[in-house]
Design a protein. Sequence first.
Length: 263
Amino acid sequence: MLKNGSQKSPGTAKRSILITQPKPESEKSPYFELARKYSIELTFHPFIKLDPISAREFRRQKIDIAGYSAVIFTSRNAIDHFFRICDEMKVNISQDTKYFCVTEAVALYLQKFILYRKRKVFYGADGSNKSMFDVINKHKENEKFLYVCSENQQDNDIVNWLKNNHCGYQLAFMYRSVSNDVKPLMDKKEFDVICFFTPSGVKSLFENYPSFVQNGTFIGAFGNNTIKAIEEAGLNVEIKAPAPHTPSMIAALELFLSNRNKK
């Protein structure tokens, strides 16, 4: 970490970027292509961990999962916990259930649990909430939506859209976000860029470093809620996604690195 705003020396070779998520399992990940293309050093370290909400605890929410005709997923974690809860509670999901996902990658992950059919799995065109809303809007009549999310990390944009568009919906809390101890990593290593993906990740930064100062560190953020959390913490966001020309964090980093190389 650039402690208390100290600058890296001009002689530093590779730019070092911290991705506050787990390392991709596949070596074909676009992150690794980006690292090779721009000769950057990538470090993956999640700032939060997800604790499961047990079936016993979930029952207190008094949600009849089988009573909902459509499910909204914004992450693979949400999918994992949804089917975990269904398994623990012995809930049979109808083959007619529709699934609405924020990205194609999240949608394809459903193949791990269901027979994937395009007529019941839908996703946004560019990975933004807006593109997912466009798809939901075409199918919202007579649907009851279950939005699977973290107890302390639901996306207010999604909640507000469902409410404002008069959709029948229910939030289903199946896991909760807890801050990770990131001091062992950040005390020994400096980063030029830190990329956040959730407001909880930003919260974790300040729980680990209450007096964090940004000077010299570029901040990347995915999602409006994450951007808002960073700005409310008094930090500047230089790398933003999704946006029209940067639908993913990969695209946003590529644009940032390309522009930096031109200077």
